[in-house]
Design a protein around this ligand. Sequence first.
Ligand SMILES: NC(=O)c1ccc[n+]([C@@H]2O[C@H](COP(=O)([O-])OP(=O)(O)OC[C@H]3O[C@@H](n4cnc5c(N)ncnc54)[C@H](OP(=O)(O)O)[C@@H]3O)[C@@H](O)[C@H]2O)c1
Length: 252
Amino acid sequence: MKTALITGASAGIGQATALELARRDIGVIATYRTHQAEGEETVDRIQAAGGRAVALPLDLGGQAGLGDFVASVAGALDATWGTSRLDFLVNNAGAGGGDMFADITEDRFDLLQQVLFKGPYFLTQRLLPVLVDGGAIVNVGSTSALPGQVTAGYSAYAAPKAALHAVTPYWAKELAGRRIRVNAVAPGTTRTRLGGDVLLSSPELVESLGQGVAFGRIGEPEEVARVIAFLLSDEAAWVTGQVVEVSGGQGL
Ligand SMILES: NC(=O)c1ccc[n+]([C@@H]2O[C@H](COP(=O)([O-])OP(=O)(O)OC[C@H]3O[C@@H](n4cnc5c(N)ncnc54)[C@H](OP(=O)(O)O)[C@@H]3O)[C@@H](O)[C@H]2O)c1
């Protein structure tokens, strides 16, 4: 059985990706930060459908715990799948948005840089010895980092997302010798609890955001998850170094 590590799989796009990969017979390591019960719910749903999964805690808000986390990934791979190798990595975990440039503090700016860019950058570096040759990585970026898709309050969120987009082809180039493909998705507005539940609790906001999308609605986490699963799969074997917008035509 192939294995995948998905960061931030206790909710939203990460949870939907975990379920989609498990449906494709891939073993899943699902991380959570504050919502342990939801992380374990991801595992329970996969196991109930006949798959195999493990939930692990991960906080990308600092660098200190990354070494211990990689050791716990190695332990979970061995204990659950009898392997030392990971086939797929999805750098999905994230938070933020809604910080106006005039008001944002340096601490908040640093946290967004850490969680959305430095954390996944060095987590991926530390996982390189565990990743199989021929494996694949997907980084979850954002349309907020694409040209012409500007929403007030997202400068400090868009900047590390742009950095994650930028490093994607560099990692792809450097890891091509090991046949590891690296791509990114840039989701448009997607119905998750990102940004404090507002997308789940305010139908009026969701309706108005949908008007800025060619298909007239915001996206669902499963719609992003299926593209991530495709980019990890052999069907995308000739695709590397790309940032794929997944937005239903946001801003068209
Ligand atoms: N929803 C959108 O409109 C949208 C659009 C473009 C891009 N994205 C990106 O998509 C990714 C997934 O977001 P989502 O919309 O699915 O949001 P979500 O439902 O809020 O899920 C976020 C996930 O990330 C985890 N997480 C948050 N902070 C973390 C930290 N410091 N360290 C480790 N894990 C952390 C959360 O864990 P706990 O809940 O357990 O704390 C949760 O599992 C993010 O990178 C986000 O920037 C989302």
